[in-house]
Design a protein around this ligand. Structure first.
Ligand SMILES: *Cc1c(COP(=O)(O)O)cnc(C)c1O
Length: 446
């Protein structure tokens, strides 16, 4: 049991008489998920907007575990958990500038379901199924389709690609949610990855501990610990999601040697508040989960009403750094539309810089100056064993190539034009000094 106490065994009144052995059985939770107007009316009173969304055909899949729906305050139409999982009418309205595959993941896939965007690590999409479905899902284009489940043939292609790509040392299992796979299948996946010598670490991205903590059984933890080093990132957005059940699941995972991180998404009306965020990250470190990333909400169709200005994210980080444990401060990132990868965005603490002095401000706003060393003897790359043959080839990943040299040509006046162009990745051509869109929509390949 987790040493820290949180609210426990919350159940909506209709589940009061469900025997504990059923309630605590992840299979029971999965097979009793709520998805229709009739289901939800048994636990809360739907708003007109929610009713309209739930009766609209073709919307992104809805499914919520009885455990998670029980965390909603039924009397609060603005409940932060409710907004994450119950659709509202805003979802129906198409937003301009929204994209089906805003991160251009499909274009970075050497084989179906593998996204190889960074030099040494790949994202492996192993299923389209989740325990419950987030309304702002960045992969709603592929997630949720009940007919598109695990494909053996694609899995074999992914394994083959990994075997012949030795620069990959980190494989990140995602989807969908890998922990919704049949236990035997998940174990097979982990053991097949472990057979590949150059794969040093395996990571699992999962919201199952949050939607369905019952799945994190001791048996599951024992299985995972056979394939170490395995790291896991969970996905908590609001302190109300931190229950005794989640704390206990995280306790079992950390005891099994799985380091835990959290990736949350900045969502309007859910957690776009420095006080909510501070409570969230402090509660996370109490259950030994390290806040890892805070994501700017992606440009996903149907999720426009969740978007916040980037300034809100910066304000939140500014309200965390220095004000609470450094362990509790995530990196705020914007995943670049068009496939540029995650870009960290931070408050400015470096105010000015000259050759011998820098001027900084601290979290309270105090200004300080710092003298640079006059005699700096840098290490010698010619004799350093780690420097030998270690520079990545420019252009190896596209992104390295993009930065190689070109960024130097950019002058302040070039940005005026960029502000008036559409979104996405651009490259400034050195020959013509004109911007060229990259990626989506027939642009130049990275
Ligand atoms: C986020 C992501 C990763 C992992 O990035 P880290 O910064 O190492 O956590 C890898 N591949 C893709 C495509 C990603 O989106």
């Amino acid at each position: 049991m987790s040493p820290v106490a949180f609210p426990a065994n919350k159940r909506a009144p209709i589940y009061r008489d469900v025997p504990d052995e059923k309630w605590n059985d992840w299979r029971w939770q999965l097979s009793h998920r709520l998805n229709s107007v009739e289901d939800f009316e048994q636990v809360l009173r739907l708003t007109e907007s929610e009713r309209k969304a739930l009766t609209t055909q073709g919307l992104f899949r809805v499914d919520i575990t009885p455990y998670f729906v029980s965390l909603i305050n039924p009397d609060d139409p603005d409940d932060p958990i409710r907004k994450q999982v119950i659709p509202r009418a805003e979802e129906i309205v198409p937003f301009t500038g929204m994209m089906e595959d805003s991160l251009a993941e499909d274009r970075h896939s050497p084989v179906p379901g593998l996204v190889h965007r960074y030099p040494d690590r790949v994202l492996m999409l192993v299923t389209t199924q989740c325990a419950s479905y987030c309304r702002y899902c960045t992969r709603s284009r592929i997630v949720g389709d009940p007919s598109a489940t695990f494909s053996r043939a694609e899995f074999e292609m992914q394994i083959e690609y990994l075997k012949r790509t030795p620069q990959v040392r980190d494989v990140l299992l995602s989807g969908g949610d890998p922990l919704t796979l049949a236990p035997k299948l998940l174990e097979e996946l982990l053991s097949r990855l472990r057979e590949i010598e150059h794969i040093e670490i395996i990571r699992i991205g999962s919201r199952v501990p949050v939607f369905l903590p019952q799945r994190i059984t001791q048996e599951f933890c024992d299985m995972v610990s056979k394939y170490h080093p395995v790291w896991m990132n969970i996905h908590v957005n609001h302190p109300n999601e931190i229950t005794q059940e989640l704390a206990d699941a995280c306790d079992r995972l950390t005891r099994a040697g799985v380091p835990l991180g959290n990736q949350s998404v900045l969502l309007a009306g859910v957690n776009d508040c420095v006080h909510v965020q501070r409570k969230l990250v402090q509660d996370l470190v109490r259950i030994r989960v390290r806040p890892y990333y805070l994501y700017q909400c992606d440009l996903v169709e149907g999720a426009g009403h969740f978007r916040t200005p980037v300034a809100k994210g910066i304000e939140i980080i500014e309200g965390l750094r220095g004000h609470t444990s450094g362990y509790a401060v995530p990196t705020y990132v914007v995943d670049a539309p068009g496939g540029g990868g995650k870009i960290p965005v931070m408050p400015n603490y470096l105010i000015s810089m000259s050759d011998h002095k820098i001027i900084l401000r601290n979290y309270e706003g105090y200004i300080t100056t710092y003298e640079e060393p006059i005699t700096y003897q840098p290490h010698d790359p010619k004799t350093c064993p780690y420097c030998q043959n270690k520079r990545p080839e420019p252009g190896q990943t596209g992104i390295t190539g993009l930065l190689d040299g070109d960024a130097m040509f950019i002058k302040p006046e070039h940005f005026d034009e960029l502000h008036n162009r559409g979104g996405g990745l651009h490259r400034l051509r050195a020959d013509t000094e004109k911007w060229k869109p990259l990626g989506i929509g027939g642009g130049e390949e990275l």
